[in-house]
Design a protein around this ligand. Structure first.
Ligand code: ADP
Ligand code: MG
Length: 683
């Protein structure tokens, strides 16, 4: 839990503070002093009466009451310290920097747990252990450097990894990004990333709270909580970018169907982020570029003007923007002509707007005004460096002034991080942001412009929930029988082929009469039927039927045969896989053998909205095939969308479904018919 004492403490004690600034306690104290903490500052150090000029107490019990304590002492001493602080010193915020707890040993884990108990019972917020600390505009309670510029208007950063925070801050400071709050949650003993989100959500104040949130997550322990508060924050206008590392971890090994194995916890993370509207990033550099770009006004469309005095970077930025679907519209007309007269001969306003290496601040001013007021663009990038001959303060000052008044985002790229480092530093000094690399900025802007709207609708097609419950409650763990599978599909309103199960050749012949030739025969029992010669298509007569029946009953694990009419259509696939803590991941793609060969599948987390299902289908590489191409009949796409959501509705009604695989559904422009369905229950 995050308490007021952790955000804006009136008094802080550094337990274990010393004169040695190369140790965490000494470094934390130095940081608090150098950033001018305005409240009362104390130290506990058994050997000193003053430390770095601050009064030091020999023991915690000697301290006056204190809001917040930062502990930089060995793990085994922390429990007693926390006890005294919480029970006798009215301390409501504890930050434990020390390592040696649950991450280290079983005994460490026990101490950690006891500390959490004390904090919980006294309403104390606990950060860490094993972290770098907390920063807010009121104090820099960390032992590390650098300390970024701290301001209410800055971004908020929350991370499970302390070292990563340091590196993220270093990258961010090169862009001039400022921070409102930084939380290093360490072991998340009491307070994890999700809990910080809860705090940020519940304490959000329009006009005051941070509008940009950066997350670095290693393990997502409470996706529900994250979804709830991140969604709420986004509804309030907060923009969120996050790294979730560890995406290369092996997929779901527990899955036994081929398609189930293609689901993975990482796909669930993607689907969750997509649903919430979080922009997923994959590197620190990407995270800081996206977050820094999010600090600008949100562009209202996807049209960018690239303003430059150098050709190459503009070409590279054009490439990255346009390959990500962002438009660099051609600019022409009387206003463009008028602008051209204000620039040196040889300049171009067609977009990229190139005002040449000799271009001046005044000319740039005209260009920015035209882009803001006259041209139909939603954002501008301004690429301006220096070959090192002259200073560029005038240009950067002008950009600073224009940015303040602009309604459209103007993203400055200052590539000369060496030649004009002083000008860039002065620019950042004003609390403004610049980007060193045009391509990194371009891909960040594209991510922001392409971010799909968060999903708010979750109404699913109606299914017979009572019947679904009855069937599932009366089933054992494992794969459902063909009969139960049929019943579930019917209860969920998913169209399936007529089929009969036969265990004698007499029954098979009778079923064939009922269905009518040509017929498809499949072995019942083995999971992957084709792999064991258990599917025979296009059987046209009784003789073949009888001999195939005998052959199939000889297949290992065969318990019967299934007879279906021989249908035709495009093979598509819909599947579901329960992902630990996330709920069901619903998948779709081109079916049959293509699923595994092309791995062209998309997924969304249940409940799947109409928009999500549309995106799943439209983003398939094979979407053109599905829609029908070169005279070949396509699949009924609205129906495909509906069946995806019916599978989602079925999983919502029966969370016991561990895996489900409809492969294939045979589709044409009128209907979709399931011909092979496996449902596995794990209660
Ligand atoms: P499995 O996936 O266990 O190998 P399927 O029932 O999916 O078995 O059958 C394998 C393939 O046979 C399907 O991908 C499809 O191409 C074809 N097939 C199956 N049932 C029918 C049917 N009723 N009509 C036409 N083709 C079918
Ligand atoms: Mg199949």
């Amino acid at each position: 839990m995050i308490t007021k004492a952790l955000i804006s403490p009136k008094s802080i004690v550094v337990v274990g503070g010393s004169d040695d600034v190369h140790k965490p306690g000494g470094a934390t104290l130095r940081n608090l002093i150098s950033t001018n903490f305005q409240g009362e500052l104390y130290v506990v150090n058994p050997k000193c009466d003053t430390v770095q000029g601050i009064k030091s107490y020999r023991e915690i019990s000697d301290l006056p009451s204190v809001d917040c304590a930062i502990l930089a002492i060995p793990a085994k001493l922390c429990l007693a310290a926390v006890e005294t602080l919480c029970n006798q010193k009215a301390c409501k915020g504890i930050i434990i920097l020390s390592a040696g707890f649950g991450e280290d040993s079983k005994e460490g884990g026990i101490i950690e747990k006891k500390i959490v108990e004390i904090c919980n019972s006294t309403g104390t917020g606990l950060i860490g252990p094993n972290c770098i600390g907390v920063m807010t505009p009121q104090y820099a309670g960390v032992f590390t450097q650098p300390i970024p510029r701290l301001s209410n208007k800055g971004a908020t950063l929350v991370s499970g990894s302390g070292a990563t925070i340091v590196f993220i801050l270093e990258a961010a400071m090169q862009l001039g990004l400022t921070f409102s709050q930084v939380f290093s949650v360490g072991n998340s003993a009491q307070t994890g990333v999700e809990d910080v989100l809860e705090y940020l959500d519940e304490n959000y104040v329009e006009g005051e709270s941070s509008k940009v949130l950066m997350l670095y997550i290693e393990s997502l322990n409470h996706p529900d909580k994250l979804a709830k508060h991140a969604s709420s924050l986004i509804r309030k206008g907060v923009k969120i970018a996050a790294i979730k590392s560890g995406y290369s971890e092996a997929g779901s090994r527990a899955a036994s169907s081929h398609t189930g194995a293609m689901a993975s916890p990482d796909k669930a993370v993607n689907a969750l982020f997509r649903k919430i509207g979080i922009i997923r990033c994959y590197s620190r550099i990407e995270l800081v570029n996206v977050a820094a770009a999010m600090m600008f006004p949100t562009p209202s469309g996807k049209r960018v003007a690239i303003i430059t005095h150098a050709g190459g970077p503009a070409v590279m930025q054009t490439d990255v923007l346009s390959s990500n679907g962002i438009e660099i519209p051609h600019i022409e007309g009387p206003k463009a002509q008028e602008l051209l007269t204000k620039l040196y001969p040889g300049s171009s306003v067609a977009n990229p707007i190139d005002f040449l290496a000799t271009g001046t601040a005044e000319q740039l001013g005209h260009i920015l005004d035209a882009c803001e007021n006259d041209f139909d663009v939603d954002a501008m990038t301004i690429i301006f460096g220096s070959p090192g001959l002259t200073e560029v303060y005038d240009v950067y000052d002008l950009i600073a002034e224009k940015i303040k008044k602009a309604n459209k985002p103007m993203y400055p790229v200052f590539p000369s991080v060496y030649n004009v480092r002083n000008e860039i530093a002065a620019y950042h000094e004003k609390g403004l942001i610049s980007f060193p690399d045009e391509v990194a900025l371009g891909s960040a802007v594209a991510k922001i412009m392409n971010r799909p709207a968060p999903i708010t609708e979750n109404e699913l097609p109606p299914v017979d929930k009572a019947l679904i419950r009855e069937i599932v409650d009366n089933s054992e763990n494992g794969y459902l029988s063909p009969e139960k599978t049929q019943q579930l599909l019917d209860a969920a309103g998913i169209n399936r082929t007529k089929e009969f199960v036969a265990s004698t050749s007499q029954e098979a012949l009778k079923a064939a009469k009922e269905i009518g030739y040509p017929i498809v025969m499949k072995v019942v029992g083995p999971v992957h039927k084709s792999d064991v010669g258990g599917v025979t298509l296009n059987i046209k007569d009784d003789v073949t039927l009888a001999s195939e029946f005998t052959r199939m009953m000889g297949i290992k694990d065969a318990t019967g045969v299934l007879l279906q009419p021989m249908l035709s259509g495009t093979e598509i696939f819909i599947g579901a896989k329960r992902e630990d803590k996330f709920g069901h991941l619903i998948m779709c793609g081109l079916g049959g053998i293509y699923v595994e060969a092309l791995k062209d599948i998309n997924c969304a987390l249940s409940p799947v909205s109409k928009d999500e299902a549309t995106e799943m289908i439209e983003n398939l590489r094979s979407v053109k095939l599905l829609k029908g191409t070169r005279g070949k009949e396509g699949v009924n796409i609205p129906l495909f969308n509906e069946v995806i959501r019916r599978v989602s509705a079925l999983c919502e009604a029966a969370p016991e479904i561990f895996e489900m695989d409809i492969n294939p559904l045979l589709g044409n422009s009128r209907t979709l018919t399931a011909v092979d369905v496996r449902i596995r229950i794990e209660k």
